[in-house]
Design a binder for this molecule. Structure first.
Ligand SMILES: [Mg+2]
Length: 239
């Protein structure tokens, strides 16, 4: 599909790792937390725990159903990831595992911030009369907290949160519902996001021009058959 001239009538935006740096801070935060608890790991090396956490969280988030349950209940997800990491090391899950999970949650939340130029881009699109919707998966409380903290609500004509709406990406009705709220057809809209299934393949299936946000400049994974209509590294490229 050719890139449309100019801007569309409406744009659907993903939140995490599209507007806010979120997943990209997880690696660093796990490393910091493992070191922070080094003295209380009952002989487990922080580096071994970190490696086990990395393996276990990759496994945990790889299954769509586990992913759905985990993103709607982050406390459950953290407990599973830290507990599973200890079990991988052949160690009984110690009481400190709970504290490690909480410390991670706190530090990670503190580390979240908008990508450079992201909010300015939303403001400019708004000024130009493009109708905007935020379409984000995850539980209502944590997504709302991020929206409030960074003052995102005023940029959007409509905000859809999986935990509030009762369905999430990649379900077709999610994109269709958001577009209805904006009064735009699928051929009048762009979807922008970092997840190749949720923000590229699924919206493309119903005719939405889909833009992949490759904020970490990693390029398309070799394993994927998904072909975004456009690839950007930062939101200001949309203007
Ligand atoms: Mg995302």
């Amino acid at each position: 599909m050719a890139r449309p001239q100019g801007l569309p009538k409406a744009i659907l935006f993903d939140l995490d790792d599209t507007i806010l740096a979120y997943e990209s801070v997880a690696d660093t935060v796990w490393a910091v937390v493992c070191n922070e608890f080094a003295a209380r790991l009952d002989g487990v090396q922080p580096s071994a725990l970190l490696a086990a956490i990395d393996r276990h969280r990759a496994w945990f988030w790889s299954d769509p159903e586990r992913h759905r349950r985990g993103r709607l209940d982050l406390e459950f997800a953290r407990r599973e990831v830290v507990g599973g990491a200890f079990r991988r090391l052949g160690v009984e899950v110690p009481p400190v595992a709970e504290e490690i999970g909480l410390a991670y949650a706190k530090r990670r939340e503190d580390a979240i911030e908008p990508f450079p130029g992201a909010l300015e881009t939303l403001g400019t699109l708004l000024e130009k009369g493009v109708r905007l919707a935020l379409v984000t998966n995850g539980n209502a409380e944590s997504q709302r907290r991020k929206i409030d903290r960074f003052g995102l609500e005023p940029y959007f004509d409509y905000v859809l949160i999986e935990g509030e709406f009762g369905a999430g990406k990649p379900e077709e009705r999610v994109y269709r519902h958001a577009l209805e709220q904006l009064g735009a057809g699928t051929d009048e809209a762009w979807m922008v996001g970092d997840n190749l299934e949720w923000e590229v393949a699924a919206p493309q299936r119903i005719g939405i021009f889909s833009i992949w946000m490759d904020g970490r400049r990693k390029g398309l994974p070799e394993s994927t058959a998904v072909r975004p209509d456009r690839i950007i590294n930062a939101l200001p490229e949309l203007l």
